[in-house]
Design a protein around this ligand. Structure first.
Ligand SMILES: O=C(O)CCC(=O)C(=O)O
Length: 287
């Protein structure tokens, strides 16, 4: 039996399996129990290791919509490059790599995903019943581009601008393509092998401009998953990603949520601090 939770009219409604109830359902009543995206065991793994993988949590329809939005945004960036007669704008290099961030305010499709049931369920299972949306970003590594991303904690990056902020938050890294070592998937370093779960000092690598938080020889565990899978990890988990050596692009979409609003000087939001869940229930978003 299944039920459709529809908090969106756009296409990211999620179908959850339901658990058969042991108690008889009174005549005329329909009772269902929604299964969260993560089991208790997966929640334990997240807290113990710092991450958990949810295989194929996104369906083909969602993948198609997300990839379509990404294509549109890349087209816009390329058009900006054309207008400026350049192949590089910020971190974006034409047909090589793109970091496409903060588009959710311009896309109802993205909003329905970022504020949808899957993300709500993951937040409840990781950071708790109250959650704020913090950041969303596509990462695209085009074919045969030798670009890596060094070992870091997401909290290590935040620390550069918000040194007081200690509380871990959650990253949902969604694979938009099948992920392999050849196409530059991410690698994770479980807490026990990283020496703990505390935020470590990060040093700037002047060659790459990456902040680096680990110099050991542990290669980490590659996240080899089919498209649609989500790696859910804590902002204190060390992770890195490799170069894409294949002849096809490799795309990911990551969404981050915090358990409290992250505010900068004067109480202004650092990036986004948009209320998402209160007491486990989604807040109505008006964008
Ligand atoms: O390469 C990726 O897809 C992930 C990049 C990453 O680790 C990050 O943005 O923190």
């Amino acid at each position: 039996m299944e039920t459709l939770l529809s908090n969106s009219a756009i296409g990211f409604d999620r179908v959850f399996d339901t658990v058969p109830l042991q108690t008889p359902i009174p005549e005329g009543q329909r009772a269902v129990m929604v299964v969260e995206a993560m089991t208790g065991e997966q929640q334990d793994q997240f807290h113990e290791l710092g991450y958990v993988i949810l295989p194929e949590a996104l369906g083909e329809h969602e993948l198609t919509l997300l990839r379509g939005e990404l294509d549109t945004f890349i087209g816009e960036i390329d058009a900006e490059m054309d207008a400026a007669n350049t192949d590089v704008i910020g971190l974006n290099h034409r047909a090589k790599r793109y970091f496409v961030a903060n588009r959710v305010g311009r896309s109802e499709l993205l909003a329905s995903f970022v504020y949808g049931d899957l993300m709500a369920s993951i937040c409840r299972s990781t950071i708790g019943p109250d959650a704020w949306f913090f950041l969303e970003q596509f990462v695209v590594k085009f074919a045969e581009v030798g670009m890596t991303f060094s070992w870091h904690q997401d909290s290590g990056y935040l620390k550069q601008s918000q040194p007081e902020h200690e509380r871990p938050y959650v990253t949902c890294w969604c694979a938009l393509d099948d992920m392999t070592e050849e196409n530059g998937t991410i690698y994770v370093l479980p807490y026990a092998r990283a020496g703990g779960r505390h935020i470590v000092d990060h040093r700037l690598d002047p060659e790459t401009n990456d902040y680096v938080g680990y110099w050991g020889d542990d290669p980490g565990d590659p996240v080899i998953v089919p498209a649609g899978s989500v790696a859910v990890f804590s902002s204190t988990l060390l992770h890195r990603s490799g170069p894409n050596r294949t002849d096809r692009p490799r795309r990911s979409y990551l969404c981050q949520y915090t358990a409290e609003p992250i505010l900068g000087p004067g109480g202004t939001p650092h990036l986004n601090a948009i209320p998402f869940l209160v007491d486990g229930e989604p807040v109505k978003v008006t964008s």
